[in-house]
Design a protein around this ligand. Structure first.
Ligand code: MN
Length: 205
């Protein structure tokens, strides 16, 4: 997570998109990707830089800001910058066949949820019942246990002493162009493009 590290007094920078904007279609269309990554994330980065300028937070990492800032615009924008860095990195156009977690992550999932299908159903249920904008995350507690956490708006699992592993963006900007009001269908389709190696690399083993 090198994006979380910031040199003294430099600004937060936009990350690079690690695949072409249209590469995840039809699960996520090129138009959605261009607006989501190019416009929404850019706005969160710009606002975060404005919020931290000339404050005690300007030399802090994203993690430090998220865990230390009081509720308000700075915290919300920092949360959204981290949420989106993790979000765009967790997908891949190179999935082949039945997309499932690898061995190490699967052992965690089996221990804490019973099996992969149960995890999927629980995340889909959490996504369906989240009211308004926000995120549902597969996250890891400090004990090592995996859990599912619903985060309203720009909230981050880091605020709840949990490590974010796989996040579903439930702001309408993430799916409305492609799925309109069909949030549940979008959430189900996302399983086809998850980069489980990336997700597993976030585990604290
Ligand atoms: Mn978003």
């Amino acid at each position: 997570m090198s994006n979380l590290i910031k040199e003294t007094h430099t600004k937060f920078q936009m990350p690079a998109l690690i695949y072409p904007a249209g590469a995840l279609a039809p699960v996520i269309s090129q138009s959605t990707m261009e607006i989501h990554f190019g416009k929404h994330l850019q706005t969160y980065v710009d606002n975060l830089n404005k919020n931290v300028a000339d404050t005690e937070y300007q030399d802090m990492s994203l993690r430090e800001i998220i865990t230390q800032a009081p509720p308000g615009p700075m915290l919300s924008n920092a949360g959204q910058v981290l949420n989106h860095l993790l979000y765009f990195e967790q997908f891949t156009p190179h999935v082949q066949g039945n997309n499932r977690p690898g061995h190490n992550l699967r052992e965690f999932i089996h221990f804490d949820f019973g099996n992969f299908d149960t995890l999927k159903r629980k995340m889909e249920d959490a996504a369906a019942s989240l009211f308004g904008s926000g995120w549902v995350w597969l996250a890891q507690e400090e004990s090592g246990k995996l859990n599912i956490i619903s985060c309203p708006n720009g909230d981050s699992p880091l605020r709840h002493r949990m490590t974010p592993l796989y996040g579903i963006d439930l702001w309408e900007h993430a799916y409305y162009l492609d799925y309109q009001n069909r949030r549940a269908e979008h959430v189900k389709k996302l399983w086809d493009i998850v980069d489980w190696e990336m997700v597993e690399s976030r585990l604290d083993i």
